[in-house]
Design a protein around this ligand. Structure first.
Ligand code: 4AD
Ligand code: MG
Length: 430
């Protein structure tokens, strides 16, 4: 007997095959049973006819949700099912029984589902979220490999704090202090001086006391860094990268987007270039829209970002923020000392900031002043300063948050559904 995955069924029409599968739903009458089966690679309906084999039919009728089994049968085409195929079942071998599976097809509350995240992952929508996440990861590697970038892995245990000291996870490193990485950027700058164009893809940690639908304590970030690349050139890489990821998901995850009920027309429009608006103009725009709660110099809140994003209906770059609300390493604007050469990319449909990036200060003296002004320990940053002593060059980079990107592309309500085991303000279980 050929053992196959459900996703391979199109190649086996007319053959008798065996799949290892779990039962996720079942309908039956006195004569026929329809088994909804899943094996991780896909979903398929198994049809069991009593008249063909009473014993197999009796086994099928007694199955419970999430029982695991080997199912044998002939693969047939079926235009009515969204998958296009069915299995005409002739044999069932139960492997692992399941009784009273907690997640039934009825509605459950969020906390209950989160407590059962280890099981919730098996459900159709969560499965689709994970498949889309995987496609975004695949397309990310594809994009950077095709464009001359080398993957570099920065450390996770670090002694530096690129994005501010207030959100660090502290730990002991034998008798020294260490922090879990909140961004690999500083190390990626060193790597760019060695390898030219580099990207990292790894977990980052922020002890942020934020309880919003966009914040995780542990999230994954893609951080490219490019030597001899200035601010505007970096924006071009960013829009091409994001457009590539969106178009790849549209092409390779049709079934998943359908399961998620995603309006794909909005995603189809996502092609480079993306609109750009300066921070100054964004403030003026918000004032015209009636937001009188924000002044020049303030950071944007979610409602501000959403209003700007809705105006463009595409991802939009907000460029050149005030120096005071951005980290110490950003290159000042050549004509103004109150703003820096940076951009945040705001996703459409209220998903907020998905990229933060900038050109980096490459002048040694200025960087030294900035480190001191930020109140950082110059000794911990000695190596970083040295990068500006030996053949310093203009360079730029950015960080894309994977989970916010998954949330936007899948249309998820909350980032907790975009990562297998979310770490949230009050949750580290399961
Ligand atoms: O804007 P951020 O803080 O930028 C940096 O860390 C830079 N050092 C990156 C760089 O230039 N190499 O974070 C980058 C992105 C944000 O735009 C957002 O998508 C995501 O990381 N992010 C979070 N995602 C989920 N939960 C959180 N708490 C996040 N904080 C940031
Ligand atoms: Mg940011």
């Amino acid at each position: 007997m050929t053992k196959i995955m459900i996703s391979d069924m199109p190649k086996h029409v007319g053959e008798t095959v065996t799949i290892g599968a779990w039962l996720f739903n079942k309908r039956s009458s006195g004569k026929i049973a329809f088994l909804q089966l899943r094996d991780g690679s896909g979903f398929v309906q198994g049809v069991v006819v009593k008249a063909n084999d009473e014993e197999v039919f009796a086994t099928a009728k007694a199955l419970h949700q999430e029982t695991s089994m080997y199912v044998t049968g002939e693969v047939t085409e079926d235009t009515r099912s969204s998958f296009g195929y069915e299995l005409q079942v002739t044999g069932i071998e139960v492997i692992g029984e399941a009784h009273d599976y907690p997640i039934t097809p009825k509605e459950h509350g969020v906390e209950f589902l989160m407590d059962n995240r280890h099981l919730w992952l098996r459900s159709k929508k969560q499965h689709a979220n994970m498949v889309v996440r995987n496609e975004i990861i695949r397309a990310t590697y594809e994009f950077f490999n095709d464009n001359g970038f080398k993957k570099v892995d920065p450390p996770i245990l670090t002694g530096s704090a690129p994005e501010g000291t207030s959100e660090l996870f502290h730990t002991k490193y034998f008798d020294q202090d260490a922090y879990l990485s909140q961004s690999g950027q500083l190390y990626m700058e060193a790597a760019a001086m060695a390898l030219g164009k580099v990207f990292s893809f790894g977990p980052t940690f922020r002890a942020e006391k934020s309880k919003t639908r966009r914040h995780l304590i542990e999230f994954w970030m893609i951080e490219p860094e490019m030597a001899f690349v200035e601010h505007d050139e970096s924006l071009e890489v960013q829009e091409q990268f994001v457009a590539h990821v969106v178009q790849s998901v549209l092409k390779n995850c049709k079934l998943e987007l359908e399961v998620l009920g995603r309006d794909t027309a909005k995603l189809e429009k996502v092609t480079a270039p993306f609109p750009r608006i300066s921070y100054d103009d964004a403030i003026e725009f918000l004032h015209k829209e009636g937001f009188d709660d924000i002044q020049w110099g303030d950071d944007f809140g979610a409602p501000h970002e959403t209003a700007i994003a809705n105006h463009f209906d595409l991802p939009v770059f907000i460029t050149c923020y005030p120096k005071g609300i951005k980290p110490f390493y950003m290159q000042p604007h050549p004509d103004r000392d109150d703003v820096v050469l940076c951009a945040d990319l705001i996703a459409p449909e209220g998903y907020g900031e998905i990229i933060g990036g900038s050109e980096r200060i490459w002048d040694h003296k200025l960087m030294k002043e900035q480190i001191e002004a930020a109140g950082l320990d110059p000794e911990a940053y000695a190596w970083y300063l040295q990068l500006r002593e030996f053949g310093s060059v203009p360079h730029s980079g950015f960080g894309l948050g994977l989970e916010r990107t998954v949330a936007w592309i899948t249309g998820a309500e909350h980032v907790r559904e975009t990562i297998p085991f979310p770490r949230l303000l009050n949750r580290i279980y399961p």
